[in-house]
Unconditional design. Structure first.
Length: 194
């Protein structure tokens, strides 16, 4: 069984390793924590945490445990949260999603509808369509503007691609109106100029 001294030495080595590699600061930033937040959680000032990160000061064993636990736990939580958002977006969550397609018939029908509704765009079958019918199909929808006037648009579902294309077309229509107003002498806001 490890003694208290062994544990303290291990904590000090791990903390020092993070400092020497520059990982201590990177971990804090990845966790979305400020120097002050880490300082408050460990009972020191933000300046002291900055000195830990640069190696000009060393934390006590308890401070090092609190420091490393905080940044590690927060970084893991943020990563898990991001992964959950991505999964929800693919499965119909709140990131413009819509339900994911699970059959070739649905994919083909949606591609045809998108092509018909957005005639200036080329919408082929999504890459990964051959994974349909597997446990986790991985589709990447893509729309390409025929005249190269817009960058390619990517999405995880047909519904997400539709939403993005609708937004783009609305923005293009609004821009065209502004240009027409400007050229007609009404100015950008529609007020008569001159």
């Amino acid at each position: 069984m490890a003694s208290t001294d062994d544990i303290a030495r291990t904590v000090a080595i791990v903390a020092a390793g993070h400092v020497v590699s520059g990982e201590a600061r990177n971990m804090r930033l990845a966790a979305g924590l400020s120097l002050g937040e880490v300082g408050k959680a460990t009972g020191v000032t933000a300046d002291t945490v900055a000195m830990w990160e640069t190696g000009t000061a060393r934390p006590t064993t308890q401070q090092a445990l609190a420091w490393l636990s905080l940044v590690t736990d927060r970084a893991v939580a943020r990563k898990a949260s991001y992964a959950m958002q991505i999964r929800q977006g693919h499965a119909g969550g709140d990131i413009r999603g819509g339900p994911a397609e699970h059959s070739l018939e649905a994919v083909t029908a949606n591609a045809g509808k998108l092509q018909a509704d957005f005639p200036g765009w080329d919408v082929p079958l999504p890459s990964g369509w051959k994974t349909l019918g597997t446990e986790k199909p991985k589709l990447v929808w893509k729309a390409t503007r025929d005249d190269d006037s817009w960058p390619d648009v990517y999405a995880a579902t047909a519904a997400e691609l539709r939403s993005k294309l609708e937004d783009i077309e609305a923005a293009k229509k609004a821009d065209a109106k502004k240009v027409a107003d400007y050229l007609s002498g009404r100015g950008v806001r529609g007020a008569r100029v001159g």
